[in-house]
Write a protein of this length. Structure first.
Length: 144
């Protein structure tokens, strides 16, 4: 039900991790995610440790879901001297094409312990359903 929009994005993410470059608004880093189906709901979980909820932006336009987040450096005192900095900073982004069978009007978002979780229900029209057979008049039409 989900499709990556850019096949080279994962390669960019690996290069950024190795080179230590941070994402910018024009070229954001990719955030890791998991996606799975749980009953009649698709669940997408994004890792965003150290990001405040105010720095997360979620948009959906037609079938395109866009999640952007920004992690800024933690405020340090004037006397602090950085010895090591390995935590990625900057802008993180992910775009996903959602299937037509998902109800984008009822997406729910939760953020807990550095994980943004989106729950997208399957649209009623896409769920399997039984078709009832009508009464006598319908049987006569079918038989001839």
């Amino acid at each position: 039900m989900l499709m990556r929009t850019d096949p080279f994005r994962e390669m960019d993410r690996i290069v950024q991790q190795l080179s230590g470059t941070a994402g910018t608004w024009s070229k954001p880093s990719v955030m890791p995610m998991d996606a799975y189906r749980e009953g009649d709901t698709y669940v997408i979980a994004f890792d965003l440790p150290g990001v405040s909820t105010e720095a997360i932006d979620i948009d959906v336009e037609r079938n395109m879901l866009t999640v952007k987040a920004e992690r800024r450096p933690a405020a340090k005192g004037d006397t602090a001297q950085m010895e090591l900095s390995e935590r990625p900073l900057g802008v993180f982004s992910r775009q996903l094409v959602l299937a037509d069978t998902l109800d984008t009007e009822r997406i729910e978002a939760d953020y807990d312990a550095g994980v943004l979780t989106l729950r997208i229900p399957i649209a009623e029209r896409a769920k399997p359903r039984k078709i009832a057979i009508g009464g006598e008049s319908h049987r006569k039409q079918i038989s001839g």
